[in-house]
Design a binder for this molecule. Sequence first.
Ligand code: HEC
Ligand code: HEC
Length: 512
Amino acid sequence: MMKTLLAAITAFVFLGISNGATLAAAGDVEKGEVIYAERCLQCHGEEGDGLGPAAERLNPPPRDFTLGLYKIKSSAFDADLPNDEDLFRMVRDGMPGTAMPGWSDLLSEQEMWDVIAYIKSFAELEGEPEAQLDYGTQIESSPESIARGKELFNADDRCSECHGIAGRGDAVKKLKNDNGERTWPRNLTNAWTFRASNDPRDIFARISVGIPTTQMPSFADPKSKKKLTVEERWHVSNYVASLAKGEKVVRPENTVIQAARTASELPSSPDDPAWQTAPPSTFFLVPQIIAKERFFKPANDTVTVRALYSAEKIAIHLEWDDRTKSIPGDETAKAIADEELNEDAIAVQFPVTIPAGMEKPYFLMGDAAKPVNLWRWSSGTTDKPESIAILDAKGIADQQPRDANDAGLTAKGSYKAGTWRVMMTRSLRTETADKDLQFEEGRFIPIAFFAWDGSNSEAGTQHSMTTWYWLLLKPATGSRPLFFAIIVTLVVGGVLAWWGRSAAARNRETAS
Ligand code: HEC
Ligand code: HEC
């Protein structure tokens, strides 16, 4: 009894202190090969070179295992190998912001070790890393630490050179990975896109080791002119962790954009502080993959929407992160653009008439029976100012542009530190009721969004979009319809929240 207990303790201690290489040695390469063929090959390729059949549609591309280089490493910056736990973690949890799924629901722990043993064999990786990353003593986050981290982030343009002064990844540099493919510095305010996580300990590891295969360098390397001490790296990590957006989170139950009625004038510009009084709703943008030309690699990921209305007019405020201000004709914009530089653009889609029930037009530009309007703003070129147009659409193949003046629609845009803000204003009612939506208080109005990143060569059908959400013009307080609107909002909101949650649950099931 005592002996078994001792053996168990020894095994436990041994596993605990080993860096995982011993554990992975338990991975069975042959079994791993079978799992790989079934689960990994379509992306990572038969030869492990990252050239599987699905690869051409993926950005970033799947890892080429033949090189033996990995992005997420907790071994020392100059060690050739990652720790096996690093690989295990990426296989188990997946890499957010990329196509790499987490496998914990489909593969057992042993199966994950087996497949890891197999992918290591592509580069004949053997043995253990020469040295481990030194975490020193973690410095807890505090306002002082964050302030110090911010200084170090911007000093000598250390991190801002690529990530921009506000950390939104908007610095004007064209970066490529080791394979010559376009890469983007991370937008550090979008914590959900971190491949590892935005926990300070993870950030510390990325700053110390760098992100192999990309231009993100090591700041622990003594040869680096911008080297940071262990202590300094903790301050920078605390600062980066503090950048995560709080208010702009995508919530599945957030499906109704609430437009409040103002007694005063509507804001006059997209930067007007009055906009902060309107509650924000943030939605994911997904690539347009339904109609030709399909599109798989959009650059914009979310859009945040606010709305206000007065007795006569409605104003819609759109805010989205875009690393590049794409103004065709501009030399800086051209230098960082992909193949072709187009204008940045955003569009709001409405049905031409408010549906009587909850039935909406087809979300991708409507259909013959249920036409839609798109209010489409474009950023302009060096020769042409920003502009707005209306598109009358009955499906993606039937779109007619029309002068926005026709309906008295105007728009204004503003670009600052990696963020576009655009405000669109129109009268609630127009004389063109046969062609344009007439807004009404207290009714659910379907609304959807489309976005184009010009520096990512997005134009025409190559864009990102959302599905339909709802816009509600909340009647001014005191009037009877308010009571009704609240009841309807509660009932419909409840149904939608339930629907959103069960859809999310279904997605989780199908993704796994
Ligand atoms: C749908 C496509 C897809 C499938 C299926 C897939 N991967 Fe990946 N994988 C990716 C992409 C894309 C990346 C690169 C992400 C990046 O560079 O940020 C990646 C990266 C990785 C990495 C690199 C981690 C690092 O730190 O660099 C490992 C390891 C990995 N995959 C293992 C696997 C294994 C094992 C399987 C099968 C069980 C698998 N992948 C299946 C798309 C896929
Ligand atoms: C030369 C350009 C460059 C510099 C300088 C740079 N980065 Fe990065 N950084 C990148 C790129 C490119 C990526 C995205 C890598 C990828 O494609 O996965 C990145 C990614 C990151 C990530 C994401 C980690 C994850 O888990 O996804 C963090 C955090 C980060 N950088 C922090 C910093 C900090 C802090 C500094 C300064 C100490 C810094 N970077 C300096 C280019 C740079």
